[in-house]
Design a binder for this molecule. Structure first.
Ligand SMILES: Nc1ncnc2c1ncn2[C@@H]1O[C@H](COP(=O)(O)OP(=O)(O)O)[C@@H](O)[C@H]1O
Ligand SMILES: [Mg+2]
Length: 415
């Protein structure tokens, strides 16, 4: 049975109960947040969905606002149901995508109930959003995004959408030639067109999914696509954009994510090692966070900062199950020659850490010349060939990528 929570103003409670009763006939169990411990319910990491009854009374309700903000900050899909007429410019309507709104202004009909049940079901069975994130740079976020998810795609036919949220766009450089990237920028076919809500670079919300570029032109396994990065994203990390523009960008970014979740098994966000507006976008959209870690000194302090930043953004305590720590670059002979065993040391250090011990993956990614080397121009014709999994026969590397991919998808709830 699919489970969703419902938020409404006290005035709309009768309608809410009627809706819950109607939906249970469709195999969807809806619980009113008023009837349960709402803090506890909203801290749940199981697959959840929030139904919001929209009315003028809901607009005035602090509780409804709190529930919606929580849901938006925690990657919960929201199904807005309009029960009495409100102004289209109200904060509630602006906050939620109008396209997905269900009309119950004429009362609860069989059809509107079926539509609501369908919206809840599709929101609950959608793909998972996974962010590659660590407040420390150079740990392998980008290289592992490309290679781990290429493994997931080639071995399990996982439909992958990459979103390059790093203004330096290393992931796009990994997969695409400079000419290709330039062409996409000229055509306004980058992430910048999602963040810009005005001007000629802005893309209409309905066309977001057309911004993606297919990367796998050869293997015929279904979608393996990229929404290319753009250096102009810097405008959203500095204070160059006014708050209303950032609000619009935030809401447009979440609309993009909802779109992609419906069409892909995994939506992978590559981020830059910072805590900016872009980090907030990534963390609020991500259901799971993958943090690569190198066997080095200070690695753990980067992780502790990650836990702090995520908790601040989500406005609630976070749990180790929401993260995967992926040890990257083990077995580096040069480093091992210096004596000691840095791999074992960092493993022990993370295992003993109060928070992240339970997030550390058993599988580690070996240090490898294939991951160190930047893909060359000759792979541009078929970008997936740039990944280690599709190249040469390095068995240990391939096996660790495949096993990490499986474990991450399982932990993220995508399998
Ligand atoms: N397992 C590995 N073996 C060898 N080199 C690696 C490995 N993982 C990452 N690298 C290299 O380390 C550098 C930083 O990786 P990158 O993915 O760009 O980090 P981040 O995105 O976290 O800043 C890159 O030059 C990359 O090729
Ligand atoms: Mg990177």
């Amino acid at each position: 049975m699919v489970l969703a929570y419902l938020t409404c103003s006290p005035n709309d409670r009768d309608q809410a109960r009627q809706l819950a009763a109607g939906l249970s006939a469709d195999g969807v169990r809806v619980e009113l947040l008023d009837d349960v411990d709402d803090e506890g319910a909203m801290a749940s990491t199981e697959r959840r969905c929030l139904v919001a009854l929209i009315s003028p009374a809901a607009e005035r309700s602090e509780r409804v606002r709190k529930h919606l903000t929580r849901a938006l900050n925690n990657a919960w899909p929201i199904v807005p149901v309009q029960v009495s007429a409100t102004d289209t410019s109200s904060w509630l309507r602006l906050m939620l995508p109008a396209e997905s709104e269900i009309d119950m202004l004429q009362g609860m009909t069989r059809e509107s109930l079926t539509l609501t049940a369908e919206a809840i079901r599709s929101a609950s069975s959608a793909g998972r959003v996974i962010a590659m994130l660590n407040i420390k740079g150079g740990v392998g976020k980008t290289v592992l995004a490309a290679n781990v998810f290429a493994a997931a795609h080639l071995l399990s036919r996982c439909r992958v959408a990459f979103v390059d949220l790093d203004p330096q766009s290393n992931l796009s450089q990994y997969f695409l030639s400079p000419a290709e990237r330039n062409r996409l920028r000229q055509k306004n076919q980058t992430i910048f067109s999602v963040f810009s809500s005005r001007g000629e670079s802005a893309c209409a919300r309905a066309d977001f999914s057309q911004l993606l570029t297919p990367l796998n032109r050869k293997f015929g396994l279904g979608s393996f696509d990229l929404l290319a990065g753009d250096d102009r994203l810097f405008e959203f990390t500095l204070d160059l954009r006014a708050p209303p523009e950032k609000d619009a960008a935030f809401s447009r970014f979440h609309a993009l994510i909802a779109d992609l979740k419906a069409r892909y098994d995994a939506v992978v966000l590559d981020t830059n090692p910072c805590a900016t507006f872009l980090t907030r976008c990534a963390v609020t959209a991500a259901e799971h966070i993958v943090a690569p870690v190198r066997p080095e000194q200070y690695s753990l302090s980067g992780l502790n900062l990650l836990e702090f930043v995520t908790r601040q953004i989500r406005e609630r305590p976070v749990r180790p199950a929401e993260f995967t720590i992926l040890l990257n670059g083990v077995g580096d002979r040069v480093r091992l020659r210096n004596g000691g065993d840095p791999d074992a040391l960092i493993r022990q250090e993370i295992n003993q850490a109060p928070f992240f011990g339970a997030s550390l993956l058993e599988t580690a990614i070996p240090y490898s010349g294939l991951l160190r080397a930047a893909p060359t121009q000759r792979f541009a014709a078929n970008p997936i060939n740039a990944t280690a999994i599709a190249r040469f026969s390095q068995r240990a590397l391939k096996e660790s990528l495949a096993s990490a991919a499986q474990a991450i998808l399982r932990r993220a709830g995508a399998l």
